[in-house]
Design a protein around this ligand. Sequence first.
Ligand code: ADP
Ligand code: ASP
Ligand code: MG
Length: 451
Amino acid sequence: MIVLKFGGSSVKNSNMIKRSLEIVKGVLDREPVMVSSAMGSVTDKLQEIAYTAGKGNSETAENIFNSITNLHLTAAEELLQGENLSHCRDSLLAILKELGSIIKGLVLLREWTPRSNDAVLSFGERLSTTLLYYRALDEGVNAEYIDAREIVKTDDSFSSARLLEKESYGKIKKTVRPSKGRLIITQGFIASTLNGITTTLGRGGSDYTATIVGAALGADEVQIWTDVNGIMTCDPRLVNKAKTLKEISYKEAQELAYFGARVIHPATIQPAIEKNIPVVVKNTQNPKAAGTRIISSETGKGVKAIAFKKGITVINVISSRMLLAFGFLKKIFEIFEKYKTSVDLISTSEVSVSITVDNTFSIKNITEELSLIGSVSVEEKNTIVSLVGLGVWKRPETLSLVFNALKTIPIRMVSLGSSDINLSFVVPDKRADETVLLLHNVFFSEDLENK
Ligand code: ADP
Ligand code: ASP
Ligand code: MG
């Protein structure tokens, strides 16, 4: 069997919904499970609803609610007719009624919590898959709709809930029974606790649902259908000369995702690794293009792609007491652990430590506690730029190419050698685009490729 995941842009309107269904209809003999995101930008709109409702701003929340309602009802009218249209409309309205009641409750309670936020965000996927299901029926496809919250179980870390693997795999195997000629449709991104409280896997998490379902069912392949031809040498929104990679290893793809390449969610690769399932990234608008295969084996050495993550904060701790003292770093990391803040890059000298974080939710508490250890300074608005590729830093010429190209860029931190597939450094946000373009030119111009 195979799993096909369609992102928000692949179901953003009735035309794209038709295209996505064409793609799955072409593989009905491969026992497909279709995992879908919300229609493009709907999750952002729901996010605004959750926030504004929680602040008591019912008018704004209601306006956005109305635009979501219109979007889905219009799509239903464009996609369906007769009984399927009326059943679909009933289902959409029932889901929207539930959302409307939640919004009213949040306005009254002035509640904006991670739990209520997840409850609101979950509606996008529920609505989009309802449209897909009825359109599939309308086209005569033998379709089945499964609510992902029944099969994907997590803990209650709302907004980026952790998978309960055993429970989820058990439920998926029991409930999801792919067969030839039949299409199973379910939602990405949404899940629930063992008590049935709705959770989400984190923004962009539908990719992760796809590999969870794929791993549980031992899929032959997981396909991620999106709006680019595959994983590219860089985000094509910034680098228009970016090229599509034919293949990339699990480890490299994981690293790229973690360091900002949004094309796949960072958690996506882990379930695929466990069951050795190839993940293929493909373009819904250009299905004939081969896409990128993410596989277990090595796919050649050298820089494969450049990722970047903006809006990073650097925290520096300087203390002469660090000199020759042991246990110093432990104390520092305990503070980050206490505030559940994960650290990306670290560089240390004899008397100082610099640490980057992208989650600044607890930064005030963290810096207060760090100042008991040494003097602390915080630098906001930085970007981590990462060159990713197997053995990336082992070639001496890589470093000279990088530093030569970036002669005029104030590089703030460098992390080299902690893994053999990543060379990362920190530059100010306002020089980030320039940095990435310079590097892309160096590593991916025709004559210097595969450095
Ligand atoms: P979807 O809605 O299908 O999940 P996303 O917007 O989450 O799509 O991811 C696709 C986007 O990822 C692309 O439009 C592109 O701008 C961005 N992206 C970032 N880095 C890369 C990369 N290295 N290769 C391809 N796309 C990338
Ligand atoms: N709809 C969710 C989001 O926008 C999940 C996803 O698209 O993967 O974050
Ligand atoms: Mg995505």
